[in-house]
Design a protein around this ligand. Structure first.
Ligand SMILES: [Zn+2]
Length: 240
């Protein structure tokens, strides 16, 4: 069976900024990576409201569609699904929550990655809360019209601009950092807002790498929303 991972983000560049080099690394390690973006869509009628220049109003949605798919190719994302919500419009309501339960059950991931709940962006916080709760609810014998129950073993938060004081995990991304930078360059429509983002991610990756003794790292925080079975964790320690 394929080793699947599911990555949630509010906006099309979030997972690239937060964990792009880890996605590339996990792709090289044989994992199948699916991305779900709340404020993005492949559908032509979706209109994005988050644009940096007024004259981009008409063309921004198409730019965002293309940019994300280009970045996916560079990082090795298998598929990106968009929920088509407007920027600053992610709400933790019943319909969105149940839709996420359904997506988790459809993709059957080993682990889930999502935004950190202490992020200052309202969309990021909403995505974090919705996906963490859906991780738990997807594993229960409820909402049977939304697929068979599925329990992903772990859920990890990735960081963007609000950083973890003490990450629980750091990935060694020394060999895939260049792919993250390349993928970030695809998001040209974001560059007026995120002009120095490439220097930022490189600096942060060096700081995160330092704490595990490698050149570049990306940090994660494991969620304790659902406990991990102790004996399973001990078993995985034996393997390493
Ligand atoms: Zn975002």
């Amino acid at each position: 069976m394929a080793k699947r991972l599911l990555v949630f983000g509010a906006h099309a560049d979030d997972e690239t900024i937060g964990m792009g080099a880890t996605i590339a690394l996990l792709n090289e390690l044989g994992y199948e990576i699916q991305v779900v973006t709340f404020c993005w869509s492949k559908e032509k009628d979706w209109q994005d409201t988050g644009y940096a220049r007024p004259d981009w109003r008409e063309t921004i949605a198409e730019m965002r569609r293309r940019e994300a798919l280009e970045a996916d190719k560079i990082l090795g994302v298998r598929e990106r699904v968009g929920l088509g919500l407007p920027t600053q419009g992610v709400v933790n309501d019943k319909a969105t929550y149940q839709h996420v339960v359904e997506l988790i059950r459809r993709f059957k991931p080993l682990a889930i990655f999502t935004h950190y709940y202490r992020d200052k962006h309202r969309d990021h916080r909403a995505v974090s809360h919705i996906t963490t709760e859906a991780w738990w609810k997807a594993s229960e014998k409820v909402l049977t019209d939304k697929g068979e129950p599925w329990k992903a073993t772990s859920l990890f938060f990735y960081e963007i601009f609000d950083l973890f004081t003490r990450p629980s995990h750091v990935a060694d991304v020394s060999n895939t950092m260049y792919r993250k930078v390349e993928a970030l360059r695809c998001f040209k429509s974001q560059m007026p807002v995120l002009s120095d983002v490439i220097s930022y991610v490189e600096g942060l990756a060096m700081a995160r790498g330092y704490i595990i003794g490698v050149k570049y790292g990306e940090a994660f925080l494991s969620s304790n929303f659902m406990p991990t079975r102790l004996e399973k964790t001990l078993e995985s320690l034996e393997e390493t």
